[in-house]
Design a protein around this ligand. Structure first.
Ligand SMILES: Nc1ncnc2c1ncn2[C@@H]1O[C@H](COP(=O)(O)OP(=O)(O)O)[C@@H](O)[C@H]1O
Ligand SMILES: [Mg+2]
Length: 383
């Protein structure tokens, strides 16, 4: 059986007879793999983080320091992304309510069939809920360096997380990633290369993502330049489809080239946020890229132009920019040299450090516009 079809189960149960009975039911089959039976509620959250089970079974009558209902509540509040089945007795009826973290209920006595079907159903419902909702993959791109890709990708990701989106930022500059130094991440922090590529599972993600204090998870680029060669376009596809199952927003900070890796990022994107500035060489390369995108077959609606430093036109007439792009740019972010330099130097997003600054408001508005466009399925290739 393919491992992804196997459900990894964690049980929190302090009555040895019940644990023994369930172990017996699970013994002669391969669909559900019992990871462990915890007898203490206090260890549950750490164990879920470590083992990343697909389903957790909690006894409603669990005794000890943390009682059953309290534990269910804790798991729910920790947003661990794991569905919970509550095990109870007829004298203590419990109603299933996913909003409260009770994804399913199993009442004693139950058969092996009851157990298996409940586990399967809870896992399926949970996965369905995760893939519904608009999950958005956006690459922040420009054929020119130094236009603000990294700055905007980072702050946009944090803005999306502030809007209750579970957000991951990918350092797509595989060779010369900037996020490590921007965020002052330790050299030994794991990178995209630490993901096993033959069989990546959701459970591997927790180990390789950097949890930034700003509230987003970050998939870092390899620490050394030559390591970039170890990654293939096929790896990128796999990694992105996995991240799509876990996150509602994926933001990629891209590099400028159009190589295989970058095309894999762009192909998978629902939207390409292309940064332009009032600068004649940038405008020129932007037009060249538009031709390339057309040749590849990307619909024009896949690209959304973002004018960075929109208030410093440097003598270029905004109408000329619009003419070159063939439309009015979708998004605008003003210039704020002092704030951007200071927050980048400190490794903090300006949207958090200075939320009322005009530049932060521009990023927040852009985030809202992107979410709305995603909800309306306005992006190309989404239905
Ligand atoms: N809106 C802005 N206002 C002021 N400075 C900016 C703005 N956007 C980017 N910068 C500055 O421009 C430089 C390049 O930005 P960066 O995000 O590293 O670009 P890229 O990733 O495209 O190379 C940085 O020094 C950054 O501080
Ligand atoms: Mg950059």
């Amino acid at each position: 059986m393919p491992p992804s079809d196997q459900t990894r189960l964690l049980i929190v149960e302090d009555v040895p007879q019940v644990a023994h009975y369930i172990r017996g039911l699970l013994e002669a089959q391969a669909r559900v793999k019992l990871l462990e039976v915890l007898t203490e509620g206090g260890r549950a959250i750490a164990a879920i983080n470590e083992m990343r089970p697909d389903v957790v079974l909690v006894d409603a009558l669990l005794q000890g320091r943390i009682k059953g209902p309290k534990l269910v509540e804790q798991i729910h509040e920790a947003s661990l992304g794991v569905p919970v089945i509550v095990l109870t007795v007829p004298q203590n009826p419990v109603e299933p309510n996913p909003e409260l973290g009770i994804d399913g209920v199993l009442s004693m006595p139950f058969s092996g069939f009851d157990l298996m079907t409940r586990i399967a159903q809870v896992r399926k419902d949970h996965e369905a809920r995760q893939t519904v909702g608009s999950n958005l993959l956006m690459s922040v791109f420009s054929p020119k360096g130094g236009v603000g890709k990294t700055t905007i990708a980072f702050n946009l990701a944090v803005a999306l997380a502030q809007m209750e989106q579970r957000t991951v930022l990918i350092d797509g500059s595989i060779q010369f990633g900037d996020l490590r130094s921007l965020l002052k991440v330790p050299v030994d922090a794991p990178s995209i290369l630490d993901l096993p590529t033959d069989r990546i599972a959701e459970s591997d993600l927790g180990d390789v993502l950097w949890r930034d204090p700003s509230g987003i998870d970050i998939l870092l680029a390899p620490p050394r330049i030559e390591m970039a060669e170890m990654l293939t376009a096929r790896d990128i596809e796999k990694i992105l489809s996995l991240l799509r199952r876990v996150y509602t927003c994926i933001v990629i900070d891209m590099s400028c080239q159009l190589n295989d890796i970058n095309l894999a990022f762009l192909d998978a994107s629902d939207a390409i946020i292309e940064i332009v500035t009032y600068d004649s060489t940038t405008i020129h390369s932007t037009m060249a890229i538009a031709d390339t995108f057309r040749a590849i077959g990307y619909p024009a609606s896949k690209v959304r132009y973002l004018v960075n430093r929109s208030d410093s036109s440097g003598g270029i007439n905004p109408a000329d920019l619009e003419r070159a792009l063939g439309r009015v740019p979708e998004h605008k972010v003003v210039s704020d040299g002092r704030l951007v330099v200071q927050s980048n130097n400190e490794g903090v997003p300006f949207v958090l450090a200075s939320p009322s600054a005009p530049i932060s408001q521009d990023i927040n508005r852009t985030a809202t516009e992107l979410l709305n466009a995603g909800r309306m399925s306005a992006f190309a290739g989404r239905s």
